[in-house]
Design a binder for this molecule. Structure first.
Ligand code: A2P
Length: 336
């Protein structure tokens, strides 16, 4: 079985990785369309060693597209995803535009793959990168012991904010090493050699939207609105790979050995946990450019009767976005 595939936002940080992963996993493509704004239309992107011409989304006719992978931002998805779906495509959308709609499934391929089929609008939503890696690791714990509460602080790389953010970290690092002004543009304050406790918009409750995505998406994906989540999302001067310090409370007590056994058997997870120098995952040494969700620093929370601490690291552009989108496309293709 083959499919006509469109990648929308193909020139972006996630879009280019979608193309790389489609090639790596030998996704059976009949015809490939790469789309972006009129700014980059007429230019080319590489796919399987060939140059493919970028087309302007605004003037593209989606007739004949079977699967469309969207990663061009929420407003682009809101406008164009329904048009692609109406033309018969299954849309896999990486933006937050449809994630919280009841008639749009929100799917992590290792956690709730069966939900891919429940798509009355022809749209499947790809979760936020931070939720994605957290739930690949926590879903097996939830199934075994019932998660009641999650306390999480994220350490999120700049690639999650797109190509311009990658460029800003590089530019500011160079500028500061040359005693020049960092001149923040993409982030509200300097990101090089700094941390910013602010991702996405501030909401009325004092949390940011990025933080609330962890609450809303965890409940929707695990199918349990009673799970409490208390997030703090922080941008860090790392290029690729998000890290998360996670404290999980469960209704049933789990030992460290039980948690390790669950995680070692979990699809998409790799345990890297030796209590010695370097015996833990980091974005640079493990995650960047790779597929797994790495888990280390597994230990009982000695301040609580039923809680475990974990350190979860993954490439936010791959498992956090492009890889999961391609895995969902594989599930769609496998359908009868
Ligand atoms: P373009 O290169 O033409 O601007 P990133 O998240 O890395 O910034 O990438 C965003 C992606 O979304 C890019 O491929 C960008 O294309 C695309 N994009 C942004 N706005 C639009 C739009 N209005 N129509 C189509 N593609 C868009």
């Amino acid at each position: 079985k083959t499919a006509n595939v469109a990648v929308v936002g193909a020139t972006g940080a996630v879009g280019e990785t979608m193309l790389a992963i489609l090639a790596e996993r030998k996704f059976p493509i009949d015809k490939l369309h790469v789309l972006a704004s009129e700014r980059s239309a007429g230019g080319t992107v590489e796919f399987r060693g060939r140059e493919i011409t970028v087309q302007d989304l605004a003037t593209f006719d989606p007739t004949g597209v079977d699967i469309a992978l969207f990663s061009a931002g929420g407003s682009v998805s809101k406008e164009y995803a329904p048009k692609f779906a109406a033309a018969g495509a299954v849309v896999i959308d990486n933006s937050s535009a449809f994630r919280y709609d009841d008639d749009v499934p929100l799917v992590v391929s290792e956690v709730n793959p069966e939900q891919v089929k429940n798509r009355p609008r022809g749209i499947i939503a790809n979760p936020n990168c931070s939720t994605m890696q957290m739930l690949v690791a926590l879903a097996p714990i939830h199934r075994k012991a019932g998660i009641t509460r999650i306390n999480v602080a994220t350490y999120q790389s700049v690639s999650g904010a797109g190509r311009s953010a990658l460029e800003e970290l590089g530019r500011q690092t160079g500028a500061l090493l040359n005693f020049q002004d960092p001149d923040p543009k993409r982030f509200p304050v300097q990101i090089a050699f700094n941390l910013i406790p602010h991702i996405d918009d501030f909401l009325d409750n004092g949390y940011t939207k990025e933080e609330m995505k962890l609450v809303w998406e965890t409940r929707k994906i695990l199918g349990d609105d009673s799970i409490q989540v208390n997030p703090t999302a922080v941008r860090v001067p790392v290029f690729y790979g998000h890290s998360e310090a996670v404290n999980v409370e469960t209704s049933q007590k789990l030992s460290v050995a039980e948690v390790k056994a669950l995680l070692e058997a979990a699809p998409g997870v790799e345990v890297v946990d030796e209590p010695k120098a370097g015996g833990y995952p980091t974005p640079v040494t493990h995650a960047s450019g790779t597929d797994p969700v790495y888990v280390g620093r597994i230990r009982e929370d000695f301040s609580h009767p039923n809680a475990i601490n974990l350190w979860i690291v993954s490439d936010n552009i791959r498992k956090g976005a492009a890889l999961n989108a391609v895995q969902l496309a594989e599930l769609v293709l496998q359908e009868g």
